[in-house]
Design a binder for this molecule. Sequence first.
Ligand SMILES: [Zn+2]
Length: 232
Amino acid sequence: MTPLIEKLLILQDHDLRILKFEKELADIPLRKAAIDSMLDDHRQSVAAAKEVHKGRQAEIKKAELEIESFREKIRKYRDQQMQLKNNQEFRAMEKEIEGVEKSIRQIEDRILEIMETVEAALRDVKAKEDALRTEEGGVKAEIANIDNRANELSAELDQVKKARAGLTSEIEVTRLSQYDRMFKNKKSKVLVSVEDNGTCGGCHMKLPPYICHDARKQLNVVACGYCGRMLY
Ligand SMILES: [Zn+2]
């Protein structure tokens, strides 16, 4: 094998690794997003449980305001009662007040019932938050693994790029730019061997005998007439 082919093969090996590392690095944000989205269901159930809890609390608040307005009503009735002159009117007012007080007691009973559902809703929120936290723990570990892998990849990529840069200075400029153009275009092997049956190792087309001869003897850098790859 000529030194040029040897160097080009090493260069190609570097380039294939760079390609592979860059592809894996580019996929990392997508992989992380996919893992993170596994939490979406849990996040949604926490949010839904919180909504229920908030709704129940709002019901209580509303009932308390109702009671407050009834109490205000009673205070007004009492004031009016003071100014009443006859007993009959006084008693009629007393009956009004009792009616309002009864309404208050009914609302208070309702509040007690709602309070129980508030507690149940709060327990549900806590349970769903726990489930989310457990799941988050698993996801965190997975993301940490991916981040570690990303760091490894970046380090390896740097190394290969350095090795590649060192090698290019040893290859003739026109040959190098020819190779670079082809690799950029194919994004796969551009330097292939002639197979034993006389076909191109890249596209597997039958090569003319003189091409096989030249490639095997490495008299020159020859190209496959079908796919344009360099043959050796
Ligand atoms: Zn070919």
